[in-house]
Design a protein around this ligand. Structure first.
Ligand SMILES: C[S@@+](CC[C@H](N)C(=O)[O-])C[C@H]1O[C@@H](n2cnc3c(N)ncnc32)[C@H](O)[C@@H]1O
Length: 391
């Protein structure tokens, strides 16, 4: 069984956050792993840390065989989802694992949970799934907050006159020309207007989609959330090849297609994942305190998703100081933001080298249509200054 570390949870979380971000919020991760793979270039000597979220991110990184992989999340339900997947990798054959986590025949989880998966999970995650296995058995991607949001979105698209059958054919298109023609003919005339503006501006919908209240304020405060969502969606639907876009396929049609799935679900990676399970450490807790509990200069790669959009400026700076302290020489970190620009705090920037061109290049290929910006940094001076040395 993969060891699970429970960190004391001392962070003060707002009422709204505690109400919205409980239970499984992210039934899958919306970060394009191909960008992470090219940004990191993970090697067998690397100690990697990743925010867990839907578990997809850390497992995609585990396919690249790092020396050690820490998976950290402050929401124990997200950790429980990761533990279910890790137990599946340890005890199931690939077809059963795929049927459950690509939701081809999800009810197969009912036969294997008690005899094979449950013994391989922590007590907290067993207690979670003992009550909620129906979510996995009836298709994980229909449940959790994000699952609920997908269903609301699909109903809304149908109300706008975009039939599912039509959307299905869109995901089989093989060229940007065809995508553009389809989009201009079947989507653009119906998709944007007063109803979608009301839909996007109705905060509870976006909270259910996993947009943190601070993130909503950050994006809407700077860019008008409707214009932002329109620009991001149009970009992904018309400028990025749609054929293997499993993010939008899941959200818009409720399923992934064939082998067009995240790397961790592919048959070719299954034995590698199983062989790498002893390198995984699961952490229930918040990133800053966990990093401060680690030896200085001990982590090579930091996959931080969009957690800084969830923070105040002071929390952003404090967490980045913890990153610098734990960073090994020439460590690399990546993060995303809902806003078009979220630079590191001024006190931190001198310690970082910005791989701006690489980030721009990779961001242009982002299939997720979720983020406004993507950042790739390496720790500049090789010896992360001791925390107290920083201003
Ligand atoms: C930042 S959210 C965003 C998810 C992302 N958009 C996705 O699609 O996967 C991802 C996860 O980060 C966790 N999280 C947020 N702030 C954190 C922190 N400071 N430390 C650890 N986990 C954190 C949340 O509980 C959530 O599961």
């Amino acid at each position: 069984m993969v060891p699970v570390l429970d960190m004391p949870c001392n962070g003060k979380r707002g009422l709204l956050e505690r109400m919205v971000f409980r239970g499984i919020v992210f039934n899958m991760s919306w970060e394009d792993p191909e960008m992470d793979r090219l940004a990191f270039g993970v090697g067998p000597q690397d100690t990697v840390i990743s925010i867990t979220s839907g578990g997809c991110n850390p497992l995609n990184l585990l396919c690249q065989s790092p020396r050690k992989l820490f998976c950290v999340d402050g929401n124990p339900a997200q950790t429980a989802l990761l533990e279910l997947k890790l137990a599946g990798i340890a005890r199931l054959d690939h077809q059963t694992f795929f049927d459950i986590f690509a939701a081809r025949k999800p009810s197969r989880v009912l036969q294997v949970y008690r005899p094979l998966l449950r013994p391989h999970m922590s007590a907290r995650s067993r207690a979670f799934w003992d009550k909620r296995l129906w979510m996995a058995a009836r298709d994980l991607y229909r449940f959790g907050s994000l699952g609920l949001f997908y269903r609301i979105l699909r109903r809304f698209l149908r109300l706008l006159g975009i039939p599912l059958k039509r959307a299905d054919e869109f995901f089989e298109l093989r060229s940007l020309e065809e995508q553009n023609a389809w989009y201009q003919k079947h989507a653009a005339p119906k998709l944007w207007g007063k109803w979608s503006r009301r839909f996007v501006q109705f905060k509870p919908f976006l909270y259910v989609a996993g947009v943190h209240p601070k993130q909503f304020a950050l994006v809407d405060g700077r860019h008008d959330i409707y214009d932002y969502v329109k620009e991001r969606f149009e970009y992904a639907l018309t400028k990025v090849p749609i054929y293997d876009n499993y993010f939008l396929s899941m959200a818009i049609t409720g399923r992934v297609r064939g082998e067009r799935v995240p790397p961790y679900l592919l048959r070719e990676n299954f034995q590698t994942l199983r062989g790498n399970l002893d390198r995984v450490r699961v952490v229930n807790g918040w990133l800053g305190p966990f990093l401060d509990s680690q030896p200085p200069s001990s982590i090579n790669k930091f996959n931080l998703l969009d957690i800084f959009d969830w923070m105040t400026a002071a929390q952003f700076e404090a967490t980045m100081k913890s990153v610098l302290r734990a960073a090994a020489p020439d460590a690399r970190l990546i993060y995303r933001s809902g806003s078009y620009r979220l630079d590191p705090p001024a006190s931190i920037r001198p310690h970082l080298h910005h791989h701006a061109e690489l980030a721009r290049e990779l961001f242009a290929r982002d299939r997720s249509a979720t983020y406004g910006s993507f950042y790739v940094f390496s720790v500049r001076d090789g010896h992360a200054p001791k925390r107290e040395m920083l201003p």
